[in-house]
Write a protein that binds this ligand. Structure first.
Ligand code: SF4
Ligand code: SF4
Length: 139
């Protein structure tokens, strides 16, 4: 029974999403992601996003803080500001995992902001790759 509920929720979710985006049939969406496909080892590993909280939209529920604290990189600080709870992203700690944006109950309150990228480094060139094509610098 539980399995059915999950499938029903997935159907609801897909149906709502299609209504929202104006798609009428499954054929309208089939294959649309394919032009975006690249082999994973061609992705630029220097690409980075940081979470950003819209303080005016934030309702101070703390869900983002708990999610990041317990499951990610402890990259959201919790303080008191003018007697109110205040949540702020610690840029140096944020790994751009997106989790806080998913749990935030307010639409568009947390956005993931792409950071300026300097150059390209794919997995083929990455020093963590044991098959790296570029020799590590001595010293
Ligand atoms: S994107 Fe991930 S690491 Fe960054 S603040 Fe949100 S949950 Fe934490
Ligand atoms: S989850 Fe969203 S609304 Fe709640 S404290 Fe974090 S940023 Fe604010």
């Amino acid at each position: 029974h539980y399995g059915f509920r999950i499938v029903e929720d997935m159907i609801d979710g897909l149906s709502n999403w299609m209504d929202e985006k104006g798609f009428e049939t499954i054929a309208d969406v089939t294959g649309r992601a394919i032009p975006n496909f690249v082999n994973w080892n061609q992705l630029n590993l220097k690409f980075k996003t940081l979470a950003s909280i819209d303080q005016d939209a934030c309702i101070k529920c703390g869900l983002c803080y708990i999610a990041c604290e317990d499951t990610s990189h402890q990259a959201i600080s919790k303080t008191l500001l003018n007697g109110e709870r205040h949540y702020e992203v610690i840029d140096e700690e944020c790994v751009g995992c997106n989790l806080c944006a998913h749990v935030c109950p307010v639409d568009d309150c947390i956005t993931m902001v792409p950071q300026p990228v300097e150059g390209v480094q794919t997995w083929n060139e990455h020093p963590n790759n044991p098959m790296c094509k570029i020799p590590a610098k001595a010293g």
